[in-house]
Each structure stands twice: as C-alpha cells, then as structure tokens.
Design a protein around this ligand. Sequence first.
Ligand SMILES: C[S@@+](CC[C@H](N)C(=O)[O-])C[C@H]1O[C@@H](n2cnc3c(N)ncnc32)[C@H](O)[C@@H]1O
Length: 201
Amino acid sequence: MTHDKHQEFFDLAAAEWDLMFTAEDLELLKHIVGKLGVEPGMHILDLGCGTGILFDILRRIVGPEGTVTGVDFSMQMALTAHRNFPFSNVSVVDADVSALPFAASAFDMGIAFSSFPHFSDKRRAVSEIHRVLRNGARFFIIHLSSSKELSDLHRRIGGVVKHDVIPDEAELREMFNGSRFTDVQIEDNAGLYRAVAVNTK
Ligand SMILES: C[S@@+](CC[C@H](N)C(=O)[O-])C[C@H]1O[C@@H](n2cnc3c(N)ncnc32)[C@H](O)[C@@H]1O
C-alpha cells in the first residue's frame, strides 16, 4: 500500500469517532439507507467504512443470507469496526479502495458514506469499485451535508483533509462514465448529498 497521510489522520480519529454521531444522525442514516434499495440476501460493500456506522442498519436488512463488507485503510478504524460488529454477516478488510482485494462482480451494491472526498486517487477507486460490483449494481456516494457545506467543514478542520472535496458535477460524471458507470444522478442539497450510478459491464 502506498503511503497516504489520511491513514494517520484517521487512525488518530478512530478512538473517538463514534462520539460524533448524534441519535438524530443515526435516525436520519437509517431513513436514508432504508431508501437505497438494499434487500435481503444482498452483498454490500461499504467503502471507507470507518468504525462501521452503517453496519448495523445494513446487516439487519441483508439478513443472514446477505453480507456487509467494510473496507478501510486506517487500521484503527478497521479494528474498531471489527470489534463493534462481531456478526457472522459482517466483515471488515483493511485495504485501500484503489486496490480492492475482491473478485470481479462480487458485490450487489457499493456505498461510500462520508468517505469519497478523502480517497486520494478517486479515478482508480471508481474503476476498482466498478470492477468489484456486478452488472446492474449501484454505487452511492452519500453525505449528510451539501458538497459546499462539506468543503467548508474540511477547510475549517485543515491539515490533511483541508482540500478534500466532492468533485464537481461535471468531473464526477466524467469519472463515472470513464469507468462505465451509467445513469448518473446527483442531488446536492443542504443537509444531504447523494450521487448514484449504475454499473454496466
Ligand atoms: C470521514 S471517515 C468516514 C467513515 C465512515 N464512513 C463514517 O461515516 O463514519 C472516512 C474514512 O475513509 C477512509 N479512507 C480514506 N481514504 C481511503 C482509502 N484510499 N482506502 C480506504 N479507506 C479510506 C478513512 O480511513 C476513514 O475511515
């Protein structure tokens, strides 16, 4: 794995990460995830999963026949996620989204919640995500803020995340289309950003 300063940043943040989420955030997330089309038996890939904030919501929907696989390159985040969710249908892999250790077409849906702006090589990440999703699977980028609100937040935090942004609409569409994702839809509103694209092989 090539060195990326985000790893240290998120390793340091892992211990207190879960304290950031309010009960309202969790309710809102449940509502948002509930509308993604996740179904029992599906295999879901959570990209940049952190401590696994989506795991409990997802694992209950996919049930015992489905799986939730989290990927994070911060070892501390991955370890915390693993400790938080010791369930047979949940697993966590410490890996970079730009080099996913999975077979082609292994997943039915990909979700990058609050993580995409931090991926240093977004084009490679999108291409890898395309490879590991099956034909017809959807890939979501979700944030509980608009792209502008998020950029402002990252600028205020500074350091390694200072310039982390969601690519603007034209660039994101071009990135998706370059990896043969189609039907790109982007909603960018106060309190919610949601981009979705469909994998075509
Ligand atoms: C802002 S946190 C969000 C974590 C989690 N999704 C949540 O909402 O609580 C972003 C996560 O993406 C991970 N990440 C950033 N770049 C990554 C990469 N190239 N490969 C894997 N994980 C990455 C970080 O380690 C961090 O845990």
